[in-house]
Design a protein. Structure first.
Length: 161
């Protein structure tokens, strides 16, 4: 499917839902990791030591430097109905879906290995990623179900723009 054919495809309701979801997901990632990095720095701790062995600074760097900005930029593109928004939305929605699945698997295997967390971590951290993944599944399915080839008039307008 061409870039121009993706531009006029999603139904407004799903495009708006995807826009809100991607923006909230980006802000959520920034908020979660910001707290785990800035809090220890303010207290004079080293963030990596405060996080323990269950996560890495690489995860934080990728999420803060790439994933969060990409989701928010894509949300802006979708809001403006720009073709690039639709092109970027598909892989980001799939990524969010996969993160939800991976977090479930990680939690299961950590629990089987005897690694446990306080209930607040299970509810707040694990739960939020799983809920995000569930919404991402729904939005991804809706996104791909509503793809269609643009009309000739839409193609001409998109190509000249």
């Amino acid at each position: 499917m061409s870039r121009t054919s993706m531009a006029g495809t999603a139904v407004n309701h799903h495009a708006t839902s995807g826009t809100v979801f991607l923006f909230v997901a980006g802000l959520g990632v920034l908020s979660i990791w910001r707290g785990e990095i800035i809090g220890p720095l303010i207290q004079g701790d080293v963030p990596a030591e405060a996080l323990g062995p269950h996560t890495t600074m690489v995860t934080h760097a990728l999420d803060i430097a790439i994933i969060a900005p990409a989701t928010m930029v894509t949300a802006v593109y979708l809001l403006r109905r720009e073709p690039m928004g639709y092109l970027l939305a598909a892989p980001l929605l799939i990524l969010c879906t996969l993160i939800g699945v991976v977090v479930i698997a990680q939690t299961l295997f950590q629990t089987l290995a005897g690694i446990t967390f306080p209930i607040g971590v299970y509810i707040g951290m694990v739960g939020s990623w799983v809920v995000m993944g569930a919404f991402a599944i729904w939005l991804t399915l809706a996104f791909f179900r509503n793809l269609s080839e643009p009309t000739t008039e839409q193609s001409v307008t998109l190509q000249t723009a």
